[in-house]
Structures are given as C-alpha cells and as structure tokens.
Design a protein around this ligand. Structure first.
Ligand code: FOL
Length: 174
C-alpha cells in the first residue's frame, strides 16, 4: 500500500504570522470555507493547543478523523469521540493518520508545522496580503518548494489574499 500523502494547510499574514494568543488573528470566512472543503473526508493532525483553539461546536472537526499530539500522559479529548485519536509525538500521529488511509492534513500549530514540513509533499498556504500582530509563525518554505498554483481574491471584508499551492521539487524519500 502506498502511504497517504502528507499535506500542510495554513493561512499566514504577509509578515509570517499565523496566530495570536492561540487564536486566528483575522476573520476570513472564504478561507474557512476553503479549509473545510480541502480537509473534508481526510484526517487532520494537530497539536493540543490547536485542538484547544477550535470552537467547541467544531470539535472534533466534523466529517474528518482528528489526531491530536500531546506529551501529556492520559490526555483525553473533550468531548470524547470515536473520531479522535491521541498520539504522544508527531511521528506517532502521522503513523496513526496514515493507517486510516485517507489524505493527511497537518493543521497546526506553529510547532507542529515546523516539525512536519520535512515529511510533507504539498503545502496549501492562504497568503494574506496584510501584516498582523501575533506570536505564532508559519514555517519558512525554502527553494526546495515550488509554487504550482495561485488564485488571488479579495474577501467580503476587504482583505486581499491568495490560495497558493507549493510542492516539493524532488520526490520525498519513500
Ligand atoms: N488553514 C487555513 N487555510 N486557514 C485556517 O484558518 C486554518 N486554521 C487552522 C488550521 N489550518 C488552517 C486551525 N484553526 C476551524 C477553526 C480554527 C482552525 C481550524 C478550523 C473551524 O472552526 N473550522 C470549521 C469551519 C467553521 C466555519 O465554517 O466557519 C470546519 O468545519 O472546518
């Protein structure tokens, strides 16, 4: 069986900010709809702080298997759900996610993005064309990453942004 591909997805401000005080710094409904559509039917892998940041009515993220990474022994998701799996570290989380046989989406936060980039095939970045204050930052995509598509838009609240896809230039190790 071929391994499910690993994708990262995040929205970032022009200055690299992805979060502030464990929340998204902006309101961008078009991007939320995009995130939901992309990850639908897949497995989402996230750190425990990102799990905590999800609105309670969207926890676990519906229509997706959810894998949460935490070093805390005995941590349990609230609410309990068959579709939530707990892993002690990122490699274990990705192994669990790949075992489910669906596309794997790493959905944050900053610590988890930084650790998973080396293992990813594709990165979907919503690039917001404005700076925001924050305390969590996107990983840096160096020249091993190639932009393969870009779709620019302006949100209903006036923020210019683009949905951008990057792929790794050479095939990742198998
Ligand atoms: N990727 C992108 N492109 N944008 C994001 O905002 C984003 N956010 C996270 C991870 N990757 C992202 C982590 N934060 C929800 C809220 C915060 C969040 C991720 C998801 C959330 O509530 N999602 C609902 C949709 C809610 C709605 O329709 O308003 C979902 O079902 O996915």
């Amino acid at each position: 069986m071929t391994q499910a591909r690993i994708h990262l997805i995040y929205a970032r401000a022009r200055n690299g900010v992805i979060g502030r005080d464990n929340q998204l710094p902006w309101h961008l409904p078009e991007d939320m709809a995009f995130f939901k559509q992309k990850t639908a039917g897949g497995t989402v892998v996230m750190g425990r702080k990102t799990w905590d940041s999800l609105p309670s009515r969207f926890r676990p993220l519906p229509g997706r298997d959810n894998v949460v990474v935490t070093r805390q022994n005995g941590w349990q998701p609230s609410p309990a759900s068959e579709r939530v799996h707990v892993a002690a570290d990122l490699p274990q989380a990705l192994a669990t996610a790949q075992g489910l046989g669906q596309p794997v989406w790493v959905i944050g936060g900053a610590q988890i993005y930084a650790q998973s980039l080396a293992l990813a095939d594709e990165v979907w970045v919503t690039e917001i064309n404005q700076d925001f204050d924050g305390d969590a930052h996107a990983p840096v995509l160096d020249d091993r990453w190639q932009e393969v598509s870009r779709e620019a838009q302006t949100s209903s609240n006036g923020l210019p942004f683009a949905f951008v896809c990057y792929q790794r230039r050479q095939a990742p190790k198998s």
